[in-house]
Design a protein around this ligand. Structure first.
Ligand code: NA7
Length: 537
């Protein structure tokens, strides 16, 4: 029968990726709620459904890039490589969907167009692109933070006679680069993964670089039986590390300053970290993200590595001419990125020297040349964090839109709730530490906190929770202060700042105070009966 609140479901969740699937399991199987998950794609997996570009792989290590809520799930799934590929993660998420019988409550091919809070009924009215409306007292957005593709508005794209693709909306059937003239725009984490793989089959690959980037080798490899056993035997310890540090990864940041060791020792430690590979490089010293002089030592080490790998001196100079401190933009890791520029069929194009003017029917035209192309790959990133939410017409109390509320930048409390939008929770949005953290760790924390909150409300017969404006203002100040206490805002073109999307407000969006600290704050808020929220019957 219809629930007492009059809505179609107890909760509607938007998105069936890592976040939405776990939420469904928590809310349905542990709280006994009726839940509907609405998913735009024709399959589950979220980011791992869409990002099928060549070389797509997670930068978190596989044994940490998974759910930890179920011991059985941990026991029965075995990762094959140090870093999981996109197909392997997608297989994992499909396994989870089957394992927990999630599919029966997920509506695929269902894009949400709008969500409107009906204050009198205390219900969210969620309307799909086809015009179907579903209602529930609780709405949770699990839409991802890097899911709204950013295709730059370069004049002439519509006249391009070849094919073009954005990495985050990659065709399921794949793209054949064999013998083709390929132009790739963008050298972020995605572009850096794609270059070496596209170069293997392309006739020629031109890499259009606007901003040079650091990268540390991933040193990916199959997991040995010994490593697999070690992981199995140390699960609890691994989980303890991941949930008690700032970054959610299965390693801690070393408690030493880059400036307290000798030059020789510092080089030795950087070489050691380089040989180990991966995101762990930034954990070499505790002050790489807080002290510019300390950071300079890492940045200089990495620039020198580029110059030592890349044989053509001009190409090496353009690649190593990096103008942001290391790790102030999301640091990429790679499998043969700089080495790819030593191939005869790869050419770097320096957009700082000659920017793109337009796309012609034949290819890309920069200020000083035209590059004839068969395929253009846009590895140009995303309208991060706010984009996925603002692409839905979300309206809270009095019909006020989220777009209006966030005109000058995102405003919310704990990254979880926006004042004026009662009973709507946002997963991994702005104001959350998720994008500075190993994502599944942040996702389990968010989902658990939201599920606990709903449980406690129901136990007390409370029906509405809404962030207080003054609590949100305080949180925005805290998010700013946390960023200001680091070097993170120094990267002028970072998506953390919204700087990659023309016209987007420049606000440092993620909470940089660390995952463990954030977890403690959220727990404390809950313990104090949801301090900063107005909760009512
Ligand atoms: P990123 O990190 O935002 O990188 C996008 C890249 O595309 C970056 O090099 C940009 O240069 C470049 N870009 C964007 N627009 C243009 C235009 N108009 N012209 C030339 N170059 C352009 O996105 P990714 O997909 O690589 O990574 C996103 C996250 O996914 C990553 O951080 C991980 O967390 C997973 P710019 O720096 O703006 O000059």
């Amino acid at each position: 029968g219809t629930p007492a609140h009059g809505g179609d479901f107890d909760a509607i969740v938007v998105g069936a990726g890592f976040s939405g699937m776990y939420l469904l399991h928590r809310l349905r199987d542990q709280l006994g709620l009726s839940v509907r998950v609405l998913e735009a794609a024709d399959g589950v997996g979220g980011t791992w459904h869409w990002n099928r570009y060549p070389g797509a792989r997670c930068d978190s290590e596989s044994h940490s890039y998974c759910y930890y809520f179920s011991k059985d799930l941990l026991e029965e799934w075995e990762w094959s490589e140090r870093y999981p590929t996109q197909p392997e993660i997608l297989r994992y998420l499909n396994h989870v969907a089957d394992r927990f019988d999630l599919r029966r409550d997920i509506a695929l091919n269902t894009r949400v167009g709008s969500a409107r809070f009906d204050e009198a009924a205390n219900l969210w009215q969620v309307t799909t692109a086809e015009g179907r409306t579903l209602s529930a007292p609780f709405l949770v957005t699990a839409v991802g933070c890097l899911s709204a593709a950013n295709v730059p508005k370069i004049p002439g794209l519509e006249d391009f006679a070849g094919q073009w693709y954005h990495t985050g909306e990659w065709p399921q059937e794949g793209v054949d680069f064999t013998g083709k003239r390929v132009g790739q725009i963008g050298t972020g984490s995605t572009g850096i993964q794609a270059v070496p793989v596209i170069a293997e089959t392309a006739g020629h690959l031109w890499v259009f670089q606007r901003t040079a980037n650091y990268s540390v080798p991933a040193h990916n490899a199959p997991l040995s039986p010994e490593t697999k056993r070690w992981i199995r035997e140390h699960r609890d310890e691994i989980h303890r590390v991941m949930t008690s540090n700032t970054n959610g990864h299965p390693f801690n940041i070393e408690d030493r300053s880059a400036l307290e060791v000798s030059e020789e020792e510092r080089q030795r430690l950087y070489e050691q970290a380089w040989a180990k590979g991966g995101l762990q490089f930034r954990a070499t010293f505790r002050d790489l993200l807080t002290d510019k002089t300390a950071n300079d030592t890492a940045s200089e080490f990495l620039r020198a590595k580029i110059r030592s790998i890349v044989k053509d001196p001009r190409t090496a100079t353009i690649l190593s001419n990096i103008d942001h401190p290391y790790a102030t933009k999301r640091p990429p890791i790679d499998s043969g990125y700089f080495e790819a520029f030593n191939r005869d069929n790869v050419t770097l194009v320096d957009l700082r020297a000659a920017p793109i003017e337009r796309i012609t029917p034949r290819g890309i035209k920069t200020k000083d040349a035209e590059y004839p192309l068969d395929i253009i790959v846009f590895a140009t990133g995303f309208d991060a964090l706010t984009g996925p939410l603002l692409r839905i017409d979300i309206r809270g109390r009095d019909g006020r839109s989220l777009r209006e509320a966030w005109e000058a930048g995102p405003v919310n409390y704990l990254g979880l709730q926006v004042p004026g939008f009662p009973n709507m929770f946002t997963m991994t949005g702005p104001g959350s530490p998720s994008v500075l953290c190993n994502m599944p760790v942040a996702i389990e924390q968010h989902a658990n906190w939201i599920a606990d909150c709903i449980t406690r409300m129901r136990a007390k017969g409370l029906k509405r929770i809404e962030a207080r404006p003054e609590a949100a203002e305080r949180w925005v100040r805290d998010v700013n202060a946390a960023a200001e206490s680091t070097l993170l805002p120094e990267a002028g073109s970072s998506w953390y700042l919204g700087a990659n999307v023309p016209g987007k407000p420049r606000v440092f969006m993620p909470y940089a105070g660390g995952m463990a600290h954030y977890r403690a704050i959220c727990d404390e808020v809950a313990r104090k009966d949801y301090e900063g929220f107005a909760v009512s019957a």
